[in-house]
Design a protein around this ligand. Structure first.
Ligand code: NAP
Ligand code: HSE
Length: 429
């Protein structure tokens, strides 16, 4: 065997994921010649503060100057793990325009600027890989782009945010209220210092946009995805779900409905026997339906230093193999269709509604007639928990247009016989 070639790479960011990737590559070094026919070596690391101690990383690698990396012609791969839109976007575009291949985990960037980045990569014959951007360590981008490429995919959905799944699991298993479960998620390092993107569904919405674009071969951006978070879910809702033999999960759902794409993130009731109901704690799971493969589900850790690092390191290996084979840039943007993304009002769902109503004859009939007048068909009504002159009603509808359901709510909200609409949830059908 002759001398083993060395492919040089730069890491932008040495935080949770960047540090994980660095360590995984170190662990893999010995096997690289047999796996890749080359070594991949990180020769520069961009950080904000190069004086900070980073165990396992030699301080001579650090720079605070992107231009130094850009000017180093020996660097063939740029691994962007800083996060955020700028300066990450500029750095990635500059890297691609200078012929460097890019690996990133940056979902915020891809969900808004995926087309521009992928088009730039294609223009310059470069790889742009982003397996780590969706569902951490779970392989989902490459399966969609490659293994499942011979399908017409009609649905991609799942639990794609670990923080909220952890919170909902604690609320379900330990009967915690939302605030208590969030505090625990923060203590364990699942939730970010600012957990807004997680609990409001924005993080999941970005992942849905990326998955839907690839699954349906048509661009979906974050702005196209309806998002509703879990901050209003109470212990009472969880208890109700339990009585119905269901659980509440924050689901990202994208469907190619024939007349357009539906894409949203919602807390949903799902039956306990559904495979997603048993996905606990910070785990993620993605479920796909295609015309050839039928149903397929992927499960694993959706975040963290090594799971996310695993996905990014796998991408780096793939780029190295492509460089060695002279086949970089072979899979660019796969959004060759231009499908309409439906506004949320045109999507249809089953709904669960919990209301506090006056306990007297005619109330149920009054509510039923409002739904009937607005084309909302009722599937189930449960009455329980009398509190003085008020009773609690739970209504589950058939699959109805969101617009029709909202029209009903406007009327119900004005009726004096209804004291309060406590909860509105979608039901996974
Ligand atoms: P992190 O721990 O906050 O690390 C960010 C790193 O980037 C730090 O080393 C920081 O430098 C560096 N950095 C940030 N802005 C910079 C700038 N303007 N110039 C130079 N360096 C800069 O972030 P992370 O959790 O590893 O996340 C990285 C990316 O992975 C994000 O896109 C995130 O969405 C994605 N991701 C993360 C996870 C996860 O589990 N954490 C999962 C999936 C995807 P200093 O150390 O000097 O501050
Ligand atoms: N904050 C995300 C989660 C991890 O909780 O799943 C990064 O994608």
């Amino acid at each position: 065997m002759g001398e083993i070639p060395v492919i040089k790479a730069a890491l932008l960011g040495a935080g949770t994921v960047g540090g994980g990737v660095f360590e995984i590559l170190s662990r893999q070094r010995e096997e690289m010649p047999r796996k890749l026919g080359a070594y991949v070596e990180i020769t520069k690391v961009l950080v904000r503060n190069k004086g900070k101690e980073r165990p396992g990383m030699d301080s001579s690698l650090f720079t605070e100057d992107w231009k130094e990396i850009l000017a180093d012609r020996e660097i063939q791969i740029v691994i962007e793990l800083m996060g955020g839109i700028e300066p990450a976007k500029t750095y990635i575009l500059e890297a691609l325009r200078s012929g460097r291949h890019v690996v990133t985990a940056n979902k915020d960037l891809l969900a808004d600027y995926g087309r521009e980045l992928l088009d730039t990569a294609q223009e310059h014959g470069c790889d742009l890989m982003f397996e780590a951007a969706v569902a951490g360590g779970i392989p989902i981008i490459r399966p969609l782009k490659q293994c499942l490429a011979a399908n017409h995919i009609t649905e991609v959905m799942g639990i794609v945010n670990g923080t909220t799944n952890y919170i909902l699991t604690r609320m379900t298993e330990d009967r915690m209220e939302f605030s208590e479960a969030l505090a625990l998620a923060s203590k364990l390092g699942y939730a970010e210092a600012d957990p807004t993107a997680d609990v409001e569904g924005y993080d999941a919405g970005r992942k849905v946009a990326i998955m839907a674009s690839i699954a349906f071969n048509s661009r979906v951006t974050f702005g196209d995805v309806f998002t509703e978070g879990i901050t209003k879910i109470t212990a009472a809702d969880i208890a109700y779900a339990d009585e119905l033999n269901m659980v509440i999960k924050l689901l990202g759902v994208a469907k190619n409905a024939g007349d357009g794409i539906e894409a949203g993130v919602y807390p949903m009731l799902i039956p306990r026997e559904h495979p997603l109901a048993s996905v606990q704690d910070a785990f993620n799971a993605v479920f796909i339906h295609g015309d050839a493969v039928d149903d397929a589900m992927f499960l694993g850790r959706g975040a963290g230093r090594f799971p996310t690092g695993s996905a990014a390191a796998g991408d780096i290996f793939e780029v190295v193999r492509n460089i060695r084979a002279g086949s970089t840039g072979k899979i660019g943007c796969t959004c060759y269709k231009n499908l309409r993304v439906k506004p949320a009002d045109e999507a249809s769902h089953r709904y669960f509604l919990r209301l506090q109503v006056e306990d007297r004859p005619g109330v149920l009939a009054g509510i039923a007639s409002v739904f009937g007048n607005n084309n909302v068909s009722i599937a189930q009504v449960i009455q329980k928990n009398k509190h003085g002159e008020f009773a609690e009603l739970a209504v589950i509808t058939e699959q109805v247009l969101e617009r029709h359901f909202k029209d009903s709510l406007l009327v119900l909200g004005e009726m004096s016989m209804i004291k309060e609409i406590s909860t509105i949830l979608r039901v996974y059908a």
